[in-house]
Design a protein around this ligand. Structure first.
Ligand SMILES: [Zn+2]
Length: 205
């Protein structure tokens, strides 16, 4: 029983990273169940893909809670949750899988949205995990291999990152992310809020 978290911005190659882990376990015929997010209420056969066209079958589900009734779950020793930021029941499901059902669980997803706010429930799992890895992309403005830590929204749309909107986003390094946010003025409000613990309920103050 163990829990591993893999986080990072969009375009960081999280799927490719995951596929390399899957490949290693496959080589010893380890039973793996991969779960990814479904946009509607159907259970579907899906797959995770990397940019070099490698893929592995996944089960697309709207919520995680029903998965524990399924045969694939009972047989799996490793459960991988991809696109984990979209699951509202991620926290409870993951703890049960690790600590009650003795699974090795790998949770993969965005750690923050395009305003660097915690996204979904993955950060709630940090105190419970064995290992956490933050992977990065390359900054699309530096263009010289500088690591991109954050996902920046190129449009003014205010909604959170959703499936199928990748063209509206780009990976940026810290310097360019701050530049895009008007020279760091946006931090003023954040710092004041952290001190007073007001109006940022996502920090749990
Ligand atoms: Zn940059």
């Amino acid at each position: 029983m163990s829990l591993e978290l893999i986080v990072g911005p969009m375009f960081a190659g999280k799927s490719s990273h995951l596929l390399s882990i899957i490949r290693r376990y496959q080589s010893i015929q380890y039973p793996i169940l991969i779960l990814t997010s479904a946009l509607d209420n159907r259970y579907e056969k899906d797959a995770i893909h990397s940019h070099n066209h490698e893929s592995y079958p996944a089960l697309a589900v709207p919520e995680l809670k029903y998965v524990s009734q399924r045969k694939e779950y009972a047989e799996a020793k490793i459960v991988i949750v991809e696109e984990s930021q979209f699951f509202e029941d991620l926290f409870g499901f993951t703890l049960q899988a690790v600590e009650k059902d003795n699974k090795h669980v790998i949770v993969v997803g965005l750690d923050g949205d395009s305003e660097r706010r915690p996204f979904g429930q993955i950060l709630r799992l940090v105190p419970y995990c064995d290992k956490i890895t933050k992977i990065t992309s390359f900054c699309s403005k530096c263009g010289d291999g500088t690591p991109a830590l954050f996902t920046h929204r190129k449009t003014n749309e205010q909604s959170v990152i959703s499936v199928g909107t990748a063209n509206d986003y780009e990976p940026l390094c810290r310097k360019h992310f701050i530049q895009e946010k008007k020279g760091g003025d946006f931090l003023k409000g954040t710092m004041m809020n952290v001190q007073s613990c007001e109006s940022i309920d996502h920090w749990g103050c």
